[in-house]
Ligand binder design. Structure first.
Ligand SMILES: [Mg+2]
Length: 304
């Protein structure tokens, strides 16, 4: 999503009276707004989906779907609910206006209105829409950042926890077991102690790259913390999980890793589990299998 501030904005004008519509559109066009015209409620909804305006001027009294009904449908649509609506009403009472604001209208204009008031209300609505768009964009960027491990670029634990829950419910729906692989780099503390932390970081990065190079499309790889990593492999049976784990083990062990001015051997121990149980149980089983791999000499794969 991109947020552009160079144009004045796009306004949907939904008004069944040709006279009022023409006046409103002319005034907005003179201010540089791009205009989309709707002659009734049904076309207003349709054009809203198709054109994604920055604000909607919505007449309340229209044949067919009236303004209130259009507003209800807009607010029920996740894609359209954030577009500010400014009601146009010819009624003199406040009931209509209060009901509209309660239902989520941003503002209202009572006919007849001065051009300056029209422009002020529309300008306010467009500003709100722009601020909302910017906020949403920043939230999306923050959310993305909060799910990435800074050193390796892999998903972090928070994302993997959520991903595991998601994949488990998908797996349950389709009756397809998934595999969870826990990976722990062998004697990693020694790398940090002997080679220094910058070398340790290089090993973590190279390790991540090698794992990524051998997993399959659909497998999700994340850093669980420290030198521990996790792979979620959907639709995977036990033989498939063992093959995947063995490919990872070999990709790490078969070639030494560059730590600056020399290369060092690196190996990984892996525990894997296949099933559809609760996440905590699967992870505990994978962890127990991982520790068997460690106990039995490291650089190996154990299935729970
Ligand atoms: Mg009307």
């Amino acid at each position: 999503m991109s947020v552009s501030h160079t144009d004045a904005g796009k306004i949907l004008v939904a008004e069944d009276s040709l006279v009022i519509r023409t006046v409103v559109c002319d005034q907005l066009q003179d201010e540089g707004y791009e205009i989309v015209e709707a002659v009734d409620g049904e076309s207003a909804l349709r054009l809203c989906s198709a054109e994604r305006p920055d604000a909607i001027l919505l007449d309340i009294e229209m044949p067919g779907l009236d303004g209130h009904e259009v507003l209800v449908q807009l607010k029920a649509d996740d894609e359209l609910s954030s577009i500010p609506v400014v009601f146009l009403t010819g009624r003199t009472g406040t009931d209509d206006m209060v009901a509209g604001l309660r239902a989520g209208a941003h503002d209202y204009l009572r006919k007849p209105f001065e051009p300056a008031e029209l422009l002020a209300r529309v300008g306010g609505a467009v500003r709100i829409k722009r601020l909302q768009d910017e906020l949403q964009l920043r939230n999306e960027q923050l959310d993305k950042l909060s799910r990435v491990d800074g050193l390796t670029g892999l998903h972090n634990r928070r994302h993997m926890d959520e991903q595991l829950e998601k994949e488990l419910s998908t797996g349950v729906r389709h009756g397809q077991p998934l595999a969870v692989l826990l990976l722990d780099i062998d004697r990693f503390k020694l790398v940090n102690d002997v080679e220094g932390h910058p070398a340790g970081d290089r090993v973590l990065q190279e390790f991540a790259a090698r794992v990524l190079s051998v997993v399959r499309v659909g497998d999700v790889v994340g850093r669980w913390g420290g030198e521990e990593f996790v792979v979620i492999a959907p639709h995977t049976d036990r033989p498939g999980a063992l093959r995947l784990a063995e490919r990872i083990r070999a990709a790490v062990a078969d070639e030494t890793m560059d730590v600056g001015d020399h290369r060092i051997p690196v190996t990984v121990s892996i525990g894997c589990v296949v099933g559809l149980g609760p996440a905590a149980g699967l992870l505990a089983d994978a962890d127990a299998a991982l520790y068997r791999s460690k106990d039995e000499g490291r650089n190996r794969v154990t299935a729970a």
